[in-house]
Design a protein around this ligand. Structure first.
Ligand SMILES: *[C@@H]1O[C@H](CO)[C@@H](O)[C@H](O)[C@H]1NC(C)=O
Ligand SMILES: *[C@@H]1O[C@H](CO)[C@@H](O)[C@H](O)[C@H]1NC(C)=O
Ligand SMILES: *[C@@H]1O[C@H](CO)[C@@H](O)[C@H](O)[C@H]1NC(C)=O
Ligand SMILES: *[C@@H]1O[C@H](CO)[C@@H](O)[C@H](O)[C@H]1NC(C)=O
Ligand SMILES: *[C@@H]1O[C@H](CO)[C@@H](O)[C@H](O)[C@H]1NC(C)=O
Ligand SMILES: *[C@@H]1O[C@H](CO)[C@@H](O)[C@H](O)[C@H]1NC(C)=O
Ligand SMILES: *[C@@H]1O[C@H](CO)[C@@H](O)[C@H](O)[C@H]1NC(C)=O
Ligand SMILES: *[C@@H]1O[C@H](CO)[C@@H](O)[C@H](O)[C@H]1NC(C)=O
Ligand SMILES: *[C@@H]1O[C@H](CO)[C@@H](O)[C@H](O)[C@H]1NC(C)=O
Length: 406
C-alpha cells in the first residue's frame, strides 16, 4: 500500500503554526461576520435539528447524492490544518471541483447539520480512536478537517505522532481523537506505520494484544479493515515472527478474514468495558479500479471521472460481499454476548462516487515511471478519497449517531 500516507504531513501540520495563524485570522473574520448577522447557517441547505430529535425510523444509508454547491463543501481543502498530501487533490492539480459539491440525501430524512462545538461538547473528557488502515486514516483526517474551523485558537488543536498512534488533542474540551495504524486488525508484518509496503503479507492470526492495549480503554472505537485482505495469498502464522510454530498459506479471503475478526471479537468480549466504550465498524470502502463495472471499457478506472454514478442501487462487481457478510455476522454474534457494535454501512453510498478518488492528483510516494505517466490509468489511486469529499459524509452520519444517541 502507499508509503508515508501523509503521516508526516500531520506532524508538520502542527509545526506550520505560521500558516495556521494566517488562515486563523481569516477564519476568525469570516466566522465573526457570520455570527453577527446570524446567517451563518442560512447559507446551508439544511435545518437545525432539536436535541431530542429521533431518527429512529430513518435509514441514513439509503439515499442519493444531490448536487448542492451552496452548502458544500463543509470546509475548504486549503484551510484544513490537518490535511494530508494523500487526499489534497486540489493541491496536486485536480481542476474539476464538482466532486466537492455533492451532499448525501437519505430518502427518509435529512442528516443533521454538522456542528463541531456540539460534537466536542458531547465528547468532552473522552478519547476516541480510529483503528485500521489508510481508509480509516482518510476518515479520521476528514473528521479533523470538519472540526478544525470550530476551534479558532491554533494552540488548542494539536496532532502528534507516536509510532503507530497519532493523537489529536482539542485541549479546551480535553478530547483526544486518535488514529491507530493496524491495517489487518491482528498483528502482521504490515504494522510499521511508515514502511508497510510488504510484498508477502504474514499475519499473526491469533495475536492482537500488542495493538489492543493501545486502544482498549478508549471511550469510542471506530474500526475499519478491508482492502488489505484482498491479496490472493497470505501467510498465517502462529507463535512469534522469530519463532513460528506453525505457518500456512491461506488463499481463501473469507476464511482468513473470519479468523482475524474472531481474534478481534474475542478480545473485545473479554477485555472491553461495555458500560464505557461505544464501538463502530465501518463497512467496506469500495474502490473504482475496474471501469467495466460502470460501462467504461475494460482496463479503464476512476481516472478522468468527474460525475457520480446516478443509477440507484449500483453495486461494483469487485466489492466483496462475502467479507461484508462475515463482518456483519461477527457483529451479530458479539451482540448476543452483550457487546454492541454499530455497523456504519457506507459501502453503497460510496459506491456511487467513482468521481471521488484522488486518481493522479495526490502525492505519489513512489514517483510514477515514464510509462505510467504516458498512461495515467496505471497509477491512478481509485481506493482513497479526496477531501473534502466522501468520508465527510461518513462523519456526518457518525455525528448523527453520537449527537442524537442513536
Ligand atoms: C430505499 O428507499 C426507497 C425509497 O424510500 C425504497 O423504495 C427502497 O426499498 C429502500 N431500499 C432499501 C434497501 O431499503
Ligand atoms: C452552482 O451551480 C449552478 C448550477 O450548475 C451554477 O449555475 C452556479 O453558478 C453555481 N454557483 C456557484 C456559487 O458556484
Ligand atoms: C452549535 O452547537 C453549540 C452547542 O450545542 C450551540 O451553542 C451553537 O449555537 C450551535 N451552533 C450553530 C450555529 O448551530
Ligand atoms: C481529561 O479526560 C481524561 C479521560 O480521557 C480524564 O481522565 C481526565 O481526568 C480529564 N482531565 C481533566 C482535567 O478533566
Ligand atoms: C497462491 O497459492 C496457490 C497455492 O499455493 C498457488 O497455486 C498460486 O499460484 C498462488 N497465487 C499467487 C498469486 O501467488
Ligand atoms: C503455537 O503457539 C501458540 C502461542 O504460543 C499457541 O497458542 C498455539 O497453540 C501453538 N500452536 C501449535 C500448533 O503448536
Ligand atoms: C455496567 O452497568 C450495569 C447496569 O448499569 C451494572 O449492573 C454493571 O455492574 C456495570 N458493569 C461494570 C463492569 O461496571
Ligand atoms: C481524459 O480526459 C481528457 C480530457 O477530456 C482526454 O483528452 C483523455 O483522452 C481522457 N483519457 C482517458 C484515459 O479517458
Ligand atoms: C448494508 O447495505 C447493503 C445494501 O447497500 C445491504 O445489502 C447490507 O445488508 C447492509 N448491511 C448491514 C449490516 O446493514
Amino acid at each position: 500500500m502507499k508509503g508515508f500516507e501523509g503521516l508526516q504531513k500531520v506532524i508538520h501540520g502542527h509545526h506550520s503554526v505560521g500558516f495556521m495563524l494566517v488562515t486563523g485570522v481569516i477564519m476568525v473574520v469570516v466566522y465573526f461576520c457570520r455570527d453577527d448577522t446570524g446567517t451563518r447557517f442560512d447559507i446551508n441547505g439544511e435545518t437545525e435539528v432539536a436535541e431530542d430529535y429521533s431518527f429512529k425510523d430513518c435509514d441514513f444509508f439509503n439515499g442519493s447524492w444531490v448536487y448542492d454547491n451552496r452548502s458544500r463543501p463543509l470546509y475548504k481543502e486549503k484551510q484544513c490544518s490537518f490535511m494530508a498530501d494523500d487526499y489534497s487533490c486540489e493541491k496536486f492539480g485536480r481542476k474539476d471541483f464538482e466532486y466537492q459539491f455533492w451532499r448525501w440525501q437519505p430518502h427518509g430524512c435529512d442528516l443533521p447539520r454538522f456542528n463541531g462545538t456540539a460534537l466536542l461538547e458531547k465528547l468532552r473528557d473522552k478519547r476516541v480512536v480510529f483503528v485500521g488502515d489508510s481508509l480509516g486514516k482518510n476518515h479520521w483526517v476528514s473528521l479533523l478537517c470538519l472540526i478544525d474551523s470550530w476551534i479558532l485558537e491554533p494552540s488548542h488543536k494539536v496532532a502528534e505522532w507516536h509510532g503507530s498512534l497519532i493523537t489529536f488533542r482539542a485541549s479546551e474540551y480535553n478530547v483526544s481523537i486518535d488514529f491507530y495504524w493496524e491495517p489487518l486488525l491482528v498483528e502482521s508484518n504490515c504494522d510499521d506505520p511508515v514502511n508497510h509496503r510488504v510484498r508477502d503479507r504474514i499475519i499473526k492470526i491469533e495475536s492482537i494484544e500488542r495493538h489492543a492495549k493501545q486502544w482498549i480503554n478508549a471511550d469510542m472505537l471506530i474500526f475499519d479493515s478491508y482492502t488489505w485482505w484482498l491479496e490472493p495469498n497470505m501467510t498465517l502464522l502462529w507463535g512469534s515472527f522469530e519463532n513460528p510454530n506453525k505457518t500456512i498459506v491461506e488463499s481463501r479471503r473469507v476464511t482468513r478474514y473470519e479468523m482475524a475478526l474472531k481474534t478481534w471479537s474475542n478480545w473485545l468480549e473479554t477485555h472491553l468495558d461495555r458500560n464505557k466504550t461505544k464501538i463502530f465498524f465501518i463497512s467496506l470502502s469500495p474502490d473504482h479500479k475496474e471501469g467495466g463495472d460502470w460501462g467504461k471499457s475494460m482496463g479503464q478506472n476512476c481516472y478522468n471521472e468527474t460525475k457520480p454514478i446516478m443509477e440507484e442501487g449500483y453495486w461494483g462487481k469487485g466489492t466483496d460481499t462475502d467479507l461484508m457478510r462475515t463482518a456483519q455476522s461477527m457483529v451479530q454474534d458479539l451482540a448476543k454476548k452483550g457487546v454492541n457494535v454499530k455497523i456504519l454501512n457506507i459501502t453503497q453510498l460510496s459506491q456511487y462516487r467513482k468521481d471521488g478518488h484522488p486518481s493522479i492528483y495526490k502525492r505519489h510516494w513512489v514517483p510514477p515511471t515514464k510509462l505510467e505517466l504516458m498512461n495515467p490509468v496505471q497509477y491512478a489511486d481509485c481506493v482513497h478519497w479526496c477531501l473534502p469529499g466522501v468520508p465527510d459524509v461518513w462523519n456526518e452520519i457518525l455525528y448523527a449517531y453520537l449527537r442524537y444517541n442513536r
